[in-house]
Design a protein around this ligand. Structure first.
Ligand SMILES: [Ca+2]
Ligand SMILES: [Ca+2]
Ligand SMILES: [Ca+2]
Length: 426
């Protein structure tokens, strides 16, 4: 192309002329620019793509987790005299301190606190410390723990962002609240974190996941620091550790149909542009193990109820929900001895039954006093166990880690104030 042809080509392009094609002219005779057409087409395309993206992502944005209400029916009929026994036993022992928090039962009744829970409102300050050390309300959560912790860290010259260690795990908190309340407890599969958001480092070489809706979700990882991201500020997170990354593929769902894709460019792009769930088009990484029918292994022993003295009402004065009591129950089952247990609800009454086994996740298998182990549909009676840790200021103003467990099952739930007491062998 010589110089003349080049400049003509430039002019033609400017006027919207292409070779062999008639230019189009407007009313005033000047060539109509194609620049007005291109933005329209482009605009239309952008709107179309935008609509597609919105259509795929809006259902996921609007999705809200529905709280599924727990099982409420008592599957083993409770003894209703337990309600009266429970109330009377506390009333008949006004000078005792059932939960060893420094407040005697009559004081607990007067302040409206729970005589079998050292921190009734669960805000990390024991009932006694709220009343006698800080003058805060023992039945209403407050942020006294953060204030006390901030003062103590200051005095020691420690910043909240400095790392610290709990059970061999190194923690770096995002904020003062995570530094004050954040903690963890070992579980049979890894660790459960409470009130903590930040980075963590586990002993040894591990690959860390959390479970969500029965699926393994890998934690975010920073290689330079060998640190894993944990977000458990609002909700406890159980981190499950493996020696290496679990084999995975990508799961694409389209209008209810599921397709598996090997790792590759296409699957990586789809993973990037599509939401992970709650839409008619989704794509996410999935651990192959999550697709298999899960078999849960359990350790069991005999189901014959040992002699227990039902007239001994002292079981209504104790709540053995300390973590150490749970590990004692596991050891007892392992050595072939089932453990009688009393489940108590202030409104429903008492079920006196037997722990005859536990699953690999730590849940307890329950038999009734006749040795029956399943409900009418053949499902095993089970108490789901959730290991808990909480940073708590005790009656001496000391900051301690409290390790206990929550339970849920057979119509009982510690979250609703129900109690558990393992009865020692005669
Ligand atoms: Ca007490
Ligand atoms: Ca409290
Ligand atoms: Ca309080």
């Amino acid at each position: 192309m010589n110089t003349l042809e080049k400049s003509r080509a430039r002019r033609d392009r400017a006027e919207g002329v292409s070779r062999g094609k008639m230019p189009r002219y407007g009313k005033n005779g000047s060539a109509r620019s194609r620049w007005r057409i291109i933005p329209m087409t482009l605009g239309f395309l952008i709107i179309l793509i935008g609509l597609c993206i919105a259509a795929v992502h809006i259902p996921a944005l609007l999705y809200r987790d529905e709280q599924v209400s727990g099982q409420t029916a008592y599957t083993i009929r409770p003894d209703e005299t337990g309600v009266r026994n429970l109330l009377e036993y506390v009333r008949d022992h006004p000078g005792d301190d059932f939960d060893s928090d420094g407040l005697i039962n009559s004081e607990e009744t007067a302040y409206g606190t729970d005589p079998r829970n050292p921190d009734s409102d669960g805000d990390g300050v024991s009932d006694y410390a709220e009343i006698y050390l800080y003058n805060t309300r023992p039945v209403e959560k407050d942020s006294q723990l953060e204030s006390v912790m901030a003062e103590r860290l200051d005095a020691l010259g420690i910043r909240y962002s400095d790392p610290w260690k709990v059970h061999d795990v190194v923690l770096w908190a995002d904020d003062l609240s995570s530094r004050s309340r954040g903690t963890l407890i070992p579980t049979l599969r890894g660790y459960r974190f409470t009130s903590f958001s930040g980075w963590t480092q586990f002993p040894g070489t591990v690959y860390a996941y959390r479970m969500q809706d029965g699926c393994h979700i890998p934690l975010e990882y920073r290689e330079a620091e060998n640190a894993w991201r944990v977000d458990a500020a609002d909700q406890d997170v159980e981190v499950i550790l493996y020696a290496e990354k679990l084999p995975a593929a990508r799961l694409l769902t389209a209008f209810g149909s599921r397709y598996f894709m090997e790792d590759g460019t296409v699957s990586a792009i789809l993973d990037l542009v599509l939401p992970e769930a709650h839409s008619f088009l989704t794509c996410r990484e999935i651990v192959l193990q999550d697709l298999e029918d899960l078999e849960i292994y359990a350790t069991v022993t005999g189901t014959e109820m040992p002699d227990t003295d039902r007239t001994d009402l002292s079981r209504f004065g104790e709540c053995t929900n300390e973590f150490s009591s749970l590990t004692d129950v596991y050891s007892s089952v392992l050595s072939g001895r089932p453990v009688p247990v009393s489940l108590q609800s202030p409104s429903g009454g008492e079920v006196l039954c037997l722990v005859y086994g536990f699953t690999e996740y730590g849940d307890l298998l329950i038999a009734d006093s006749a040795g029956k182990t399943t409900d009418a549909s053949g499902n095993p009676w089970m108490l789901e166990i959730i290991e808990r840790a909480a940073i708590t200021i005790d009656q001496n103003g000391e900051i301690r880690q409290r390790e206990y467990f929550d339970f849920e099952g057979l119509g009982f739930s510690s979250a609703r104030g129900d109690k558990i007491h393992f009865i020692p062998a005669e």
